[in-house]
Design a protein around this ligand. Structure first.
Ligand code: G6P
Length: 417
């Protein structure tokens, strides 16, 4: 088995190598091929990956290439960790909307739209190459915005893919820990979109414990405790950007505020220095400061379930295919799926509870329009997407905001001129 890592020079790659080591019995890869367009980062990550595998005494060969098509030859799984435009572009996504009093975030709002517009063409090219070169391989995607990527892949390519996010697993773990409940006794109903998901019911020993769960997390969550109790569901932490939009923008306008991308740039520079140290042969402590820490757990769980036909319940980004009422079949959702050798199949959810239904449907419309804008290269459709987004208040804001964003993204979006 061969694992190809697209964006192998990512600072998250040691996460993945740790997963290769821990899962070697069930997933005995003979080769991990790191592919990246950045030769220097590639060299650093290849060095560390080899040292980690040698220290763990796991016989996997690490190869490296800057040519995508070569990386795909003979691949069983392809993991995507790419970030088109790098951290520079992320900081633009975070800073520009703030000028218009709109949240600046890498996956939520106009920033997320720009990240999607930059990334979708590259992702679809990769998918096209996979269909040609390794048609049986699975694309395990972690590149954000993960839900929008899933919709683009599902609608516009024939590639077999799994759309991942470590978020739901982390949030559910946190909810159960605050309740002091062993995860083996619990089950959580989950519905929504990527970074817009909700735990709608928490079951413990088969009994509905949702109220207990809400009481346990209130005061420890990203949204106001009183609102949490009124809402009757537990939202993903990213819902703070919607329910507390005014406060989020105000905080970001305080003097001395640094965006997450600005912070991550520093963490990454330090990580790369540590990775280059020939004495380092394990995942360094500092990597915990990155948000996507649980990535390799969810990626390897999905790969194990596919290879061993396990039929495990995992929360994944998939095309809806009738699971959630009021969402088109070919639009992506984040729901519990059964994962086996056929990949993920969404489990039936039914109706979305009314207090969260409108928001999910509105953001879904924005996401679908974003996919269309990227595929058609259309400014007009990008404007429709922006206007459909609940955090963009009006045309007066959207017009100059889109101009500003497109201007900043000219290096990566050919139709931005
Ligand atoms: C969480 C999200 C991921 C995101 C990450 C950002 O894990 O679920 O989708 O990529 O945080 O972490 P960063 O360190 O880049 O801010």
């Amino acid at each position: 088995m061969k694992l190809a890592v697209f964006g192998g020079g990512s600072s998250y790659t040691p996460e993945l190598i740790q997963g290769v080591i821990e899962n070697f019995e069930l997933l005995p890869f003979s080769e991990v091929c790191l592919m990246d367009i950045d030769q220097r980062r590639l060299e650093v990550l290849v060095g560390l990956s080899r040292r980690m595998l040698a220290r763990a005494d796991v016989p996997v060969t690490v190869t490296a290439t800057t040519e995508r098509r070569r990386a795909l030859e003979g691949a069983t799984f392809v993991n995507s960790l790419i970030r088109v435009g790098g951290m520079e572009a992320r900081v633009g996504d975070e800073r520009i909307p703030l000028k218009y009093n709109v949240v600046g975030q890498e996956t939520t709002g106009p920033g997320g739209m720009m990240k999607a517009l930059r990334t979708i063409p590259v992702m679809l090219d990769l998918a096209g190459d996979m269909v040609e070169i390794c048609p049986d391989a699975w694309l395990i995607n972690y590149t954000n915005p993960s839900g929008i990527m899933a919709e683009a892949l599902g609608r516009h390519s024939r590639v077999r893919f799994v759309g991942l996010c470590s978020g739901p697993q982390e949030w559910i773990r946190e909810i159960l820990a605050l309740m002091d409940v062993d995860p083996a006794r619990a089950n959580v109903d989950w519905v929504g979109l990527n970074h817009l998901g909700f735990a709608t019911r928490v079951w413990v020993d088969g009994e509905d414990a949702t109220e207990r769960a809400i009481a346990a997390v209130a005061g420890h969550w990203s949204v106001d405790p009183e609102w949490l109790r009124s809402l009757g569901a537990i939202p993903a932490s990213y819902l703070r950007y919607y329910y507390h939009h005014t406060a989020v923008v105000q905080e970001a306008k305080e003097p001395g505020f640094r965006t997450r991308g600005e912070q991550v740039k520093e963490i990454e520079a330090q990580l790369l220095r540590e990775y280059a140290d020939p004495g380092l042969a394990e995942k360094p402590e500092l990597l915990r400061q990155r948000g996507g820490g649980g990535y390799s757990d969810v990626a390897f769980a999905a790969m194990r379930a596919i290879i061993h036909n396990i039929g495990e319940r995992q929360i994944i980004q998939v095309l809806n295919r009738g699971a959630v009422d009021g969402i088109p079949d070919d639009a992506s959702v984040e729901v519990a799926c059964l994962v086996d050798r056929m990949g993920p199949r969404p489990l039936r959810v039914g109706a979305i509870p009314l207090p969260i239904r409108g928001l999910i449907q509105a953001v879904k419309a924005y996401e679908s329009l974003t996919v269309q804008a990227a595929v058609e290269g259309s400014r007009r459709v990008a404007m429709q997407a922006l206007m459909a987004h609940p955090l963009v208040p009006s045309w007066e804001v959207a017009e100059p905001l889109l101009d500003d964003l497109l201007q900043a993204n000219r290096p990566w979006i050919p139709w931005a001129d």
